[in-house]
Design a protein around this ligand. Structure first.
Ligand code: Z5A
Length: 219
């Protein structure tokens, strides 16, 4: 596949959506015309996924078991990879995705306590082995993130989990970043959106196959 798959991860309110939009606007001017920048997210990147997202984040009458939750995120991802991500990558597009497999490791693994091997098997089944080319982890204190989200309105089912849960999730991201330093870039998310965006752009500028190289003397 000739495209690039860039994922944004982090706890609630870390600023992923904000940075994805800024990155997409910047990239439009950096890449050649026959490639597109596609923005997507999990859960909910496809039509089926939007229905799964409702099941996951709304308040169902019946309590969702952790195992059901894990499998619903995986079902959303399987559809997302097949119906949207892979077709874009095959066209050579740049896909900017809000959350992917590391969210499942952080939330269902570190947060809910599922065994890592079990999560890896589920992720493998859902993705067929697809991984991000680069993941930006927007690292933020969980209380700051939840404060930002609260300003926006009511918290959803996942956001209402305990602070301890969200702290374990952040710890999960930290451990993933330690293990995969080439794939996961930690960004301090407690800065202005512009400062964070500058750092993202500088990382993407040096990433092979993203920004169109302008031959010297041809500006
Ligand atoms: N989940 C899971 O458990 N397992 C999985 O496998 C997957 C997901 C894929 C999806 O929620 C939930 O599903 C999520 C993990 C779980 N749940 N929890 N809890 P979502 O898609 O609804 O929400 P989210 O991914 O957590 O995104 P978010 O809450 O919208 O946050 P964000 O995208 O990172 O931030 P934002 O929208 O860009 O910014 C939030 C606010 O902060 C907004 O008012 C901004 O204007 C403001 N902001 C942004 N940047 C800054 C800076 N730099 N300074 C100050 N204020 C800022």
């Amino acid at each position: 596949m000739s495209g690039k798959f860039i994922v944004f991860e982090g706890v609630e309110g870390a600023g992923k959506t904000t940075q994805i939009e800024l990155t997409a606007a910047w990239l439009q001017n950096q890449i050649d015309g026959d490639r597109a920048v596609a923005i997507t997210r999990e859960p909910g990147g496809t039509k089926i996924g939007r229905q799964i997202r409702q099941l996951l984040l709304d308040d169902p009458d019946e309590c969702i078991s952790y195992r059901t939750e894990l499998l619903l995120y995986a079902a959303d991802r399987a559809q997302h990879v097949e119906a949207k991500i892979k077709p874009h990558l095959e066209l050579g597009d740049i896909v900017l995705c809000d959350r992917f497999t590391d969210s499942t490791i952080a939330y269902q693994g570190y947060g809910r306590g599922f065994d890592r091997d079990e999560i890896d098997r589920v992720n493998q089944l859902a993705t067929g082995g697809l991984q991000s080319d680069l993941t930006f982890w927007l690292d933020l204190d969980v209380t700051l993130g939840l404060e930002r989200v609260l300003l926006r309105g009511k918290l959803d089912r996942m956001e209402r989990a305990t602070i301890d849960f969200h702290q374990r999730v952040r710890q999960g991201y930290q451990e993933l970043a330690n293990v995969y330093p080439d794939r996961i870039v930690r960004l301090d998310a407690n800065r202005s959106p512009a400062a964070i965006q500058m750092e993202i752009q500088s990382k993407l500028m040096v990433m092979k196959g993203i920004v169109t190289a302008v031959p010297i003397g041809e500006t």
